[in-house]
Design a protein around this ligand. Structure first.
Ligand code: ZN
Length: 436
């Protein structure tokens, strides 16, 4: 059974991938650490007979690897299975283990990328290798893509490849990747596996206020720092309107059915509050959000500067783009200069043959499983692939222990993934890709 070979190597693959530091701080000119990880992945694929394509996406060292496994029915659209190789920074001083050790301890693989998303990269690699070794012919073409720069919007990764090398993804109609497929324990032996069917759009705003420069010891009426601080405070106090979108309604209805606690559509916040740790993420999908993340002004204690700058991470629900921009303009006022990078929202329906194949694969490995859709409050490479008309699902299956605060691990300290969750996910992925 090839799946046993995949299960046997998935932990080593995850651990070795984590040990390759692929930190992405968002500056394309000084980076390129994905190259080593891409070469590792390419070597693992070539070893079993894949033909791989290595591409640097717009800057030196931004390495990506793509490989294809032909399926039985070439007339069907291909399934794209993609994962990003880069990770966000980690400060070793804050961690219990070194974030780039990939240490296996206490039943977990530890390190930056353990859940975001070298876990799924390792599971994909393990299953892809076993399929090739055993000559498995999947129902349709599988395209495996391992990508750079997701953590900075994919402009030097998926987005670049979609714009410059679309032939690598030719024929792809559907895709799976992060963030979804993980279990949430609702009661003894009742687990919801949340499949991502939507993600919010983003607006990364650069704000600028101008004032009059002058001596800090004199009367001063036109202070850029004070102006910008006041605008940011108005924004932080603002609550965007509550909108109950389809994926959130379906999630809360599904949870209500599984727990027996009724869901009142007029009060979704009460239902979200009952979700425990998960409410941090689901709560952010009830409305648009705007958090200030950077603030910069001044250069000396006794000089009032003429400019102040801030960065705001804005995230809006699908369909709210125009209203969100209008509300921001109103709150910030005409004096604050705004520039932005915008990222589109993503949304599909939770139905069809691929969803059925997911459900069958998960329940075969976990009889207590129920699949529910949800919306991600952040963004993924799905934003880039939807430019090619690819339908996206966040499905990186993991069966998690009930006490684990999984969503806190994303970009968090002591990021880690249970060994048995990786092995479980590999079995599910193997079943799913044989039936997709
Ligand atoms: Zn990620």
């Amino acid at each position: 059974m090839s799946v046993e070979q995949a299960v046997a190597e998935v932990v080593t693959l995850a651990s070795e991938l984590i040990a390759i530091d692929t930190t992405n701080v968002g500056d394309p000119t000084t980076l390129g650490r994905e190259r080593a990880a891409a070469e590792y992945v390419a070597a693992k694929l070539s070893e079993v007979g894949y033909e791989t394509t290595y591409v640097e996406s717009g800057a030196r060292g931004r390495g990506n690897v793509v490989a294809r496994l032909p399926g039985a029915d070439p007339t069907r659209g291909a399934l794209l299975v993609h994962g990003h190789l880069d990770v966000v920074p980690a400060d070793p001083a804050e961690w219990s283990v070194h974030p780039f050790s990939g240490e296996v301890r206490d039943g977990y693989v530890w390190g930056r990328g353990a859940v975001d998303m070298k876990d799924m990269v390792a599971m994909t690699l393990a299953v892809a290798r076993s399929f090739r070794r055993d000559g498995v012919v999947p129902p349709r073409d599988l395209i495996f893509a391992f990508l750079a720069d997701e953590e900075a919007g994919g402009f030097y990764g998926a987005r670049w490849l979609v714009d410059n090398r679309p032939e690598l993804f030719e024929g792809a109609t559907e895709a799976i990747s992060e963030v979804g497929g993980f279990s949430v324990t609702l009661a003894d032996d009742v687990r919801a596996y949340l499949v991502q069917t939507a993600e919010k759009g983003g607006l990364w705003l650069r704000l600028l206020a101008r004032g009059t420069a002058g001596h800090g010891a004199m009367l001063h009426e036109d202070n850029a720092v004070a102006k910008l601080a006041a605008a940011i405070t108005r924004l932080e106090r603002h609550r965007f309107p509550l909108v109950l979108t389809d994926p959130v309604r379906e999630l809360l209805t599904g949870v209500a059915e599984l727990t027996g606690v009724p869901f009142d559509p007029d009060d979704p916040e009460a239902a979200v509050a009952r979700l425990g740790n998960l409410s941090r993420m689901v709560g952010a999908t009830l409305r648009d959000t705007a958090n200030v993340t950077m603030f910069e002004a001044g250069y000396k204690a006794n000089v009032v500067p003429s400019v102040a700058r801030a960065t705001v991470d804005g995230r809006m629900l699908p369909g709210r783009e125009k209203d969100f921009e209008a509300e921001l303009a109103e709150i910030l006022g005409p004096e604050i200069v705004r520039e932005w990078d915008s990222l589109p929202s993503v949304q599909t329906t939770f139905d069809g043959a691929l969803v059925e194949a997911m459900a069958a694969a998960v329940t075969a490995e976990d009889p207590g499983a129920h699949l529910l859709p949800y919306m991600l409050s952040a963004g993924t490479d799905a934003k880039s692939f939807q430019r090619l008309g690819v339908r996206h699902f966040g499905f990186s299956p993991l069966k998690l222990p009930p006490e684990l605060d999984f969503t806190a691990l994303f970009h968090g300290v002591d990021e880690r993934v249970p060994v048995d969750a990786l092995e479980f996910g590999t079995r599910v992925l193997d079943r799913f890709l044989r039936a997709c």
